[in-house]
Write a protein that binds this ligand. Structure first.
Ligand code: BGC
Length: 472
């Protein structure tokens, strides 16, 4: 077996050169436009009814509930009198794996139970519960004709719960609360990206885009109502801001420009929603380990290659058994002889690895991680181009952004290639567009969005409010 040759093949499959990055970005810009049009496109470009940036002077106490892909989090946030400052108390609960493909009722009951438990443990009597506005971060594509509703377009991130797609999730959630006698009213349903955008802008006014690179991937930015043809019938003032949750994970579901590999195709076919989230399936944390696993299994089974020859690889055959932290660990192995990677393979999978196999493993991880970072940069470049941002900050959050080795540097390098920035004069110099660690979007961001919504309702802007009675 010639592993060098295999490495070369993988390099050809997974490498995205500058010209391709630019081509993807160009197509991305058009698709963002299309999503805003009346006809629509693959990228949903959901208006969110978040209609301003925070000033930094928002105040008050709020509850925030965050249903991401992996954890459930409940927070109580106080926006203090000090500019851009806040206090937060929070509890995290692991989302049981079986809930993700279970029954809708069980999901809402679980969420309501966590919220109730949080209130019982943390909530004093200082503020009456029914006066405490709640921001619910529901990080899935949802149509919002109003900020206090969200019709689930489709589940992503491996979720598959019947009876929720096509329905407004707010009454389902509120009903579960009502059954427990919890007198909480939802003020705003938000996406994690919109929360990230608003939370980041609370402390840094250069923030123009909010991104999540985690279990899923996505971004939000502020558009002008006049540039959203699908809202034209509402006659909103053209220069009024409106945050758009792009749902860019759905970019290029038609596979016009994305250089997919046979491994990506296998992932798509085996997922609960084949044909959906094409971009996300090449980038997001849920899939990175699985892409890697598929490559390894393929190279074991392939006649003439047979890595891990003669060994029992049954542990490796289990779908979704390796998450992105497994790849991170490989990429982080500091030793020349990759001894930590060898240990990892042995301890986790019961597989012994030779020197050349370890080289192949490391290179595969690098290729998958690098492709994810470079593709992510196309999305950031596309929004920046569409909006004409020559310089700004981008707030990013999520496990891949925060924990995956070199993700930030690889993304920044790709952005430089796409946008053709000259080399930096020195290391300390900022890039024109910097992707930085965001503030906590689904906690502080949700609280801020609740605050901004209450404020605008008080000022008489009733656009996108379904239940005005809840805002009194
Ligand atoms: C969801 C988005 C979310 C992203 C990051 C995607 O799968 O569709 O709504 O923002 O994951 O959590």
């Amino acid at each position: 077996m010639d592993l060098l040759q295999e490495i070369e093949k993988l390099e050809n499959l997974f490498t995205i050169d500058t010209a391709k990055l630019k081509q993807i970005t160009e197509h991305f810009v058009n698709e963002l436009e299309k999503g805003l049009s009346v006809e629509g496109g693959s990228i949903p470009m959901n208006p969110t009814w978040v209609m301003s940036f925070p000033t930094g002077y928002e105040t008050g106490t709020y509850l925030a509930l965050d249903m991401g892909g992996t954890n459930l989090r409940v927070c109580q946030i106080t926006l203090t009198d000090q500019k851009s400052e806040f206090d937060i108390i929070q509890s995290k609960y692991r989302m049981p794996e079986e809930l993700k493909t279970g029954e809708a009722d069980e999901l809402w009951e679980y969420i309501a139970d966590c919220l109730m438990q949080f209130i019982e443990t943390h909530h004093g009597d200082s503020v009456k519960l029914d006066k405490l506005p709640l921001g619910f971060t529901f990080s899935y594509p949802a149509t919002q004709n109003y900020i206090d509703e969200g019709v689930l377009q489709r589940w992503t991130k491996g979720f598959d719960i019947a009876g929720v797609e096509g329905h407004n999730v707010v009454p389902m959630f509120e009903e579960a609360l009502r059954r427990r006698g919890v007198p909480i009213k939802l003020t705003a349903l938000i996406n994690d990206t919109t929360g990230t955008l608003i939370a980041s802008a609370y402390t840094d006014t250069k923030m123009k885009i909010g991104c999540i690179f985690g279990t899923g991937c996505n971004a939000a930015y502020m558009e002008n109502c006049g540039s959203i043809p699908k809202l034209a019938h509402l006659n909103l003032p053209p220069d009024t801001p409106m945050a758009i949750n792009c749902e860019w994970g759905a970019f290029d579901n038609e596979h016009k420009v994305l250089p997919t590999t046979p491994y990506d195709e296998t992932i798509d076919r085996g997922s609960p929603r084949p044909g959906q989230q094409a971009f996300e399936k090449m980038i997001a944390g849920l899939y990175l380990g699985e892409i890697f696993r598929l490559v390894m299994v393929d190279l074991h089974d392939k006649p003439g290659t047979h890595i891990f020859d003669g060994q029992d690889i049954s542990a490796l055959r289990k779908a979704y058994s390796l998450d992105s932290s497994f790849l991170s660990a490989i990429e982080e192995d500091p030793f020349e002889n990759l001894s930590e990677t060898a240990e990892l393979f042995h301890n986790r999978l019961g597989i012994y690895t030779s020197g050349p196999e370890l080289e192949l493993i490391r290179r595969t991880a690098e290729l998958i991680g690098t492709r994810a970072a470079r593709l992510s940069a196309c999305g950031v470049a596309a929004i920046s181009k569409k909006k004409g941002f020559a310089s700004c900050h981008v707030g990013a959050d999520g496990s891949v952004f925060n924990k995956y080795p070199h993700f930030k540097a690889r993304g920044a390098k790709a952005l430089r290639e796409i946008l053709e920035w000259p080399e930096k004069a020195n290391e300390k110099e900022e890039d024109p567009i910097e992707i930085l660690a965001a503030e906590d979007g689904s906690g502080v961001g949700a609280a801020l969005i609740a605050a901004l919504t209450l404020e605008r309702v008080k000022a008489g802007n009733m656009h996108g409010i379904l239940h005005p009675e809840n805002f009194k």
